[in-house]
Design a protein around this ligand. Structure first.
Ligand SMILES: [Zn+2]
Ligand SMILES: [Zn+2]
Length: 245
């Protein structure tokens, strides 16, 4: 479902009334803010990831990059994707914006997440000629929430970076979140087979696909999606997240 046109139809005027001009993070009044809903002080607390960073998961290497052969955030992953990029670290104002979007129907946060992505140096090059693919929700979860926040983020990024996206072939066939009766190991095993590619013949295998999710936590969801794409014959799969946990 594409909710953006609906939100845009409501118009900025309504949004200003519904969400008065105060910082989403600290509540201070906004004056020429660097992001639509984040003040200068809170913006300075956002960690936009720069080099040196882990090329697999996108987490920054603090200090001496030479001493980081292994990244502690993804060293236990056997990545099925080649490269990973995260725009920011998932903390402070970014955590507030993503939670608002994910759990409070705060579609206004998309503008902030899109704008912060434009501050990430080199992201345009990373996305060049890629096809963005949001991590899908299971149909039960989609019905419950009403929208897929990763799909909305993907649309926002496509608009700003002028790249294409596809959300019609990767599906989540196993409802892993409802499997609380399984132990952790079983759930992990189920996650590995949770995604499937439909209409394989419709895929352009020569293209590079970039999977998009809101947050990189263990990377196992993104990895399961990447595995499904690779199994379908896609050669190049990378991943992009807004926040790295
Ligand atoms: Zn603030
Ligand atoms: Zn890493």
């Amino acid at each position: 479902m594409n909710i953006l046109p609906f939100v845009q139809r409501i118009g900025e005027g309504f949004l200003d009334v519904a969400f008065p001009a105060s910082c989403a993070s600290c509540g201070d009044a906004l004056e020429n803010p660097p992001l639509p809903h984040v003040c200068h002080r809170c913006f300075s607390k956002i960690h936009i990831v720069e080099d040196p960073r882990c090329l697999t998961c996108g987490h920054p290497f603090f200090g001496d990059a030479e001493s980081h052969d292994d990244c502690q955030h993804c060293s236990r992953l056997t990545p099925k994707f080649a490269r990973g990029w995260s725009v920011t670290l998932f903390r402070g104002p970014i955590r507030i914006l993503i939670y608002a979007l994910k759990y409070e129907d705060a579609f206004w946060a998309l503008g902030d997440l899109g704008r912060i992505s434009e501050y990430a140096e080199g992201l345009g090059d990373f996305l060049e000629e890629a096809i963005l693919v949001p991590v899908p929700l299971h149909s039960r979860k989609l019905r419950e929430r009403g929208y897929n926040q990763s799909a909305l983020i993907t649309e926002e990024l496509c608009r700003r970076f002028e790249v294409e996206h596809r959300d019609d072939f990767l599906t989540r066939i196993v409802d892993t979140e409802s499997q609380t009766r399984f132990n952790r190991q079983d759930r992990y095993r189920n996650l590995k087979n949770a995604f499937a590619v439909e209409r394989k013949s419709d895929l352009d295998l020569k293209k590079r696909y970039v999977l998009v999710d809101d947050v990189f936590t263990t990377g196992s969801t993104l990895n399961a999606c990447a595995a499904a794409l690779r199994k379908s014959g896609v050669k190049e799969v990378d991943v992009l997240t807004i926040g790295h946990g």
